[in-house]
Design a protein around this ligand. Structure first.
Ligand SMILES: C[S@@+](CC[C@H](N)C(=O)[O-])C[C@H]1O[C@@H](n2cnc3c(N)ncnc32)[C@H](O)[C@@H]1O
Length: 386
């Protein structure tokens, strides 16, 4: 079924894996330590439901090994237990061998051979009393909506639960094309119906496709991803962020990760982790050939510098707008207004640079200064008030 796997996705890192793994590398460990801190015992469970082999054939860590590495690293302060599922027997066997190395070092790693769906009840029992991070990274369609939504409703607000899932833009492009041509028998439309929990996505995709000129399906994929995230979380304690992975800020996304959490800290830390991951991904893919030809950017470094400067300008405007009401703002609660369009692309240093200048110019002042940038409380300064 999995064209990505057959095309060698598990042999050595491919661009899309570099981004995902960098996010896991940055974020999963912070999730586990931040959320387990309040629990007794301090325990967090990291779940990889479509785990693959755990390690690339060239020896680099894949998603499952990133989780195991975190668990090993934090062993003395936080208990991070790792739960891995893989359907393909040969890949599961390899995964289990990698897991054995970590078990021998005292890390709790559960590996299951089979379908992700079939292990969810066991996972939820296993994670009782611990915080839980679910990474769902299939090669194609993610779990059906009707399977996923009850998972959001099953656990309370605490201990924390978060989801990071790969939403297949490719599926929406393919299914959208089939729907437009009336090719309902080809299977893509029915598969997208299952993922999206109904037929609503068909018109959302078609309208976005037509209003962008009727040639490409990228805007359709983004419109469906956003509406999907809204429907999945409606009436639950979760909120969502769609992290589009773009080659250039003004380009169409290559693919989407959907992140679900009920905690503003989660959004803040995830957003800045995603920005760092994007840098790593861009360094891996190298300069964009079109941009090179137009001499816009000579190197990825140039591009990143320009994007960082633009992010500071955007965040500066957003902070000014936020503080015009004269109220006090805990910045972590205002992650969405502060980062706005550059969420997931701007680094935390863009925020600190913007805030530092605004404070220097008297436009914003600290109500209280936190130990970390997202812990500050701010309000309009004398230059704005006067
Ligand atoms: C994109 S690969 C995973 C890559 C891995 N998460 C990583 O980033 O290193 C998807 C994997 O899911 C497996 N798979 C496909 N359907 C599955 C299912 N229903 N349950 C569990 N695993 C499945 C495939 O065999 C494949 O190894």
């Amino acid at each position: 079924m999995s064209r990505g796997t057959e095309a060698g996705l598990l042999d050595q890192p491919k661009p899309q894996s570099v981004y995902k793994h960098a996010i896991l590398d940055q974020y999963a460990i912070r999730f586990a330590t931040m959320t387990a801190k309040w629990l007794r015992p301090k325990r967090s469970v990291l779940f990889d439901g479509f785990a693959g082999r755990g390690r690339f054939d060239n020896g680099q860590a894949a998603s499952a090994e990133h989780m195991m590495l975190h668990a090993q690293k934090m062993k003395n302060s936080t208990q991070i237990d790792v739960f891995l599922v893989e359907q393909r027997r040969a890949d599961w066997q390899r995964l289990d061998e990698v897991a054995d190395e970590y078990r021998a070092r005292g890390v709790n790693v559960t590996t299951r051979h089979g379908s992700c769906e079939d292990q969810l009840d066991e996972l939820y029992e296993y994670a009782a009393g611990a915080s839980l991070f679910l990474f769902l990274d299939p090669c194609g369609a993610v779990l059906p909506f009707d399977t996923l939504r009850p998972l959001l409703q099953k656990r309370g607000d605490r201990p924390r639960t978060e989801f990071l899932m790969n939403f297949s833009a490719d599926l929406i492009r393919r299914a959208g094309g089939q729907y437009k041509k009336g090719q309902l028998e080809l299977g893509g439309v029915a598969q997208a119906d299952r993922v999206c929990g109904g037929t609503w996505w068909r018109e959302v995709a078609l309208q976005a496709h037509l209003s962008s000129g009727g040639e490409l399906w990228e805007t359709a994929a983004e419109a469906v991803a956003v509406e999907y995230a809204k429907r999945l979380t409606a009436g639950t304690h979760f909120d969502w962020a769609v992290a589009p992975v773009r080659r250039q800020v003004h380009h169409q996304p290559v693919y989407f990760l959907i992140f679900l959490t009920s905690d503003p800290h989660g959004f803040w830390v995830f957003g800045v982790s995603a920005a760092k991951a994007r840098e790593k991904w861009l360094e891996f893919v190298g300069p964009d050939e079109d941009e090179l030809e137009g001499m816009l950017f000579n190197t990825v470094e140039d591009q990143l510098e320009r994007e960082h400067a633009a992010a500071i300008r955007t965040i500066t405007d957003n902070l000014r707008a936020l503080c015009t009401d004269g109220a006090q703002h805990a910045v972590v609660q205002r992650w969405s207004e502060i980062f706005g369009d550059v969420y997931g692309e701007a680094k935390e240093t863009a925020f600190t640079a913007a805030l530092r200048q605004l404070v220097k110019d008297g436009e914003i002042e600290f109500v209280s200064k936190g130990p970390k940038p997202h812990k500050h409380v701010i309000k309009a300064g004398p230059a704005i008030k006067s």
